[in-house]
Each structure stands twice: as structure tokens, then as C-alpha cells.
Ligand binder design. Structure first.
Ligand SMILES: [Zn+2]
Ligand SMILES: [Zn+2]
Length: 326
């Protein structure tokens, strides 16, 4: 198999040939068809997330075909599956026992503590792979596996309000905006000041208002979701939400949040973070996405050009999501 491998933080990934993987008990070997590139991959590569497995094959938005199965696996070879960030949980800690496996005390994360999908093949725990019957375009489906799933969990945390602000209009936002519209909500999209292409994408997906992150929306919002890893957005979003409103931080890493006056939190406004996903989130969202007519905007790169895709993500040089194809 071939893979793009991280050997040390802040180093470019290296293309390597590796022995073909073998499925252990409860595992599957998947031939990767597509793997989307997530901002979390940048945080892993940049060393913002500590102690990754090294050397590491990043990538946790994987779509592929089951090639072989270890003992005790129900999936059959030939089935298309998706493999997300949550790669394993202990199944017995207090969080796992209470339906909150996203907070598991002893988890495994694809493309962080386990090898991921910037490769021709990947080994996954079969219990954490999701059949993607009916998803016929692997590159289009790949961004659903994190941008979609974490976005969905973020939207659930935002509550049932009608007016939803989204800060940072990248891969997750462009998917969740479509879900909001499907649910009859209004989307207010905040981008970097003057990022006209992102604002145009937001409007094309049904946003009722677009503006820069410093701008005030024309009405107070019921909730705001922050997908950009920028702590300065938290007080801005607090000022944009109405009493009782929630500000949901959807990223795994964020720069420091500046000091702000208590008055903008007062009124039972809440700040929440979203950590990882549960398998129940995945089952819900993978059922909902086709019914909501979710489409993805992608830029496809050959696997060997993973470093270029990461650099383009860092620089904001494409709309929607980058996807690697072996
Ligand atoms: Zn991700
Ligand atoms: Zn656990």
C-alpha cells in the first residue's frame, strides 16, 4: 500500500510504500476511494494536538470499499463504508456507559492515534465503520465523515432556534447550512472580511445574510456555531445572539478567547464546545444528509499532492472541502 506519512510535527508528509495491511479480530481492511482533508489534520500536523502516533498516516474522513475482514466482523467485502474521526472507544468508562462515547476516557482517533486515510488502504475497527449504501460518489461523500458529522453534532448542540449564525464558511459550514435550510431555519453566514467567494457559496446554499465576522447581523440570532479556530469570534458571536442564545464552538482547537464583559454572557447565553462524535450522531446524519439533499463542494487532489491540499486549506484557496484520491 502507499501512504502519505507524517514523521514529525511541522514536517511535510512523505509518500511511502508500506506492506499491505491485514485485518485483525474485529477489524476491516478498506481500500480507500477518497479521504477529505479536515482542519483537524492541520492541527495534528502543526503540533496543536499533542502526542499523535508517529509516524502517522493522517486523514479521518474516509470513504472506501471493504477489501477483507477479520474474525467477528459482520460487514462483507465489497461494501462501501465511511470511517470517521472516532475510531475506537473503550466501551466501559462512565461516558461510554452513559451514551456519551464522544467523551470516552480511552478513545482511539483515526488519523491521530491510529493510522488514517491519506493512503491507498486503511485498517479500521469494524464497529466504527458505517455502511454508505446509496452514496455513489466517494469524493462527494468523504466530507460528510467529519465536516458533516461534527457539523451535525454542533447544530444539535445549538438547539432548536430558527436563526442560526455560522462563523467560518468552510467544509462543515457549507454542509450544515444545507441542513439548516432543509429544517426551515435561517442561516446567517460570517466569513473573513471581504471573502466574497465564501459569501457567494453561502448565499448559493440558501444563507439569508452574509457578512464579515466583525459585522452585526440584521437581527439577533438564536444560536451561533463557530467553525473557524479563532477565539476572537467567541465574544463577537456572544454579541450576535439573543438572550438565551447559545454559542457553539465546533472545532477541536481554537486560539485563546479574549477577555470580554460579563454583560454579553448575561441573559442566560451559553458557550459550549463540541467534542468528537458518537456513532449515534453518524447514523442520524448519514440518514438525514440524502433526505436533506446535501451536496458537497469539493476540490479533488491526487493522494501524492496531500501537502498541496493542506497548504491550500491553510491559505483558504478553495471553497468547501479538499478531497484526496489515491
Ligand atoms: Zn475532522
Ligand atoms: Zn469509554
Amino acid at each position: 500500500m502507499k501512504a502519505m506519512v507524517l514523521h514529525a510535527p511541522r514536517q511535510p508528509l512523505r509518500l511511502e510504500e508500506r506492506p499491505d495491511p491485514v485485518a485483525g479480530v474485529g477489524e476491516i481492511v478498506v481500500r480507500v476511494e477518497a479521504c477529505a482533508v479536515c482542519r483537524t489534520d492541520l492541527h495534528v500536523i502543526d503540533g496543536d494536538l499533542m502526542e499523535p502516533k508517529l509516524p502517522l498516516i493522517p486523514g479521518h474522513e474516509i470513504v472506501g470499499i471493504v477489501e477483507s475482514c477479520g474474525d467477528g466482523v459482520d460487514l462483507k467485502p465489497g461494501r462501501r463504508v465511511g470511517i470517521p474521526w472516532l475510531g475506537h472507544t473503550c466501551g466501559c468508562c462512565g461516558y461510554c456507559a452513559s451514551g456519551r462515547e464522544n467523551l470516552c476516557d480511552n478513545p482511539g482517533f483515526t488519523g491521530y492515534t491510529r493510522d488514517g486515510g491519506f493512503a491507498s488502504h486503511v485498517v479500521a475497527d469494524a464497529d466504527f465503520a458505517f455502511p454508505l449504501d446509496g452514496f455513489d460518489d466517494p469524493a462527494a461523500a468523504a466530507p460528510l465523515m467529519c465536516a458533516g458529522l461534527i457539523g451535525w453534532r454542533s447544530l444539535k448542540m445549538a438547539g432548536e432556534g430558527r436563526r442560526i449564525g455560522i462563523y467560518g464558511f468552510g467544509a462543515a459550514a457549507h454542509i450544515i447550512a444545507q441542513v439548516c435550510v432543509h429544517q426551515g431555519r435561517e442561516v446567517y453566514a460570517f466569513t473573513r472580511a471581504g471573502d466574497e467567494p465564501a459569501q457567494a457559496l453561502a448565499r448559493s446554499l440558501g444563507a439569508v445574510w452574509t457578512g464579515g465576522s466583525q459585522d452585526s447581523p440584521p437581527v439577533l440570532l438564536d444560536a451561533a456555531i463557530i467553525f473557524a479556530p479563532v477565539g476572537e469570534l467567541v465574544p463577537l458571536a456572544l454579541r450576535a445572539v439573543a438572550k438565551g442564545g447559545r454559542v457553539v464552538c465546533g472545532g477541536i482547537h481554537m486560539s485563546d478567547i479574549p477577555q470580554f464583559p460579563y454583560a454579553i454572557l448575561w441573559g442566560e447565553r451559553q458557550i459550549l464546545s463540541v467534542a468528537n462524535l458518537t456513532r449515534a450522531d453518524a447514523v442520524e446524519f448519514l440518514d438525514l444528509a440524502p433526505r436533506a439533499g446535501v451536496t458537497t463542494t469539493t476540490t479533488v487532489y491526487p493522494l501524492e499532492r496531500a501537502n498541496e491540499a493542506l497548504a491550500d486549506l491553510r491559505a483558504g484557496r478553495f471553497q468547501g472541502a479538499a478531497v484526496l484520491v489515491p
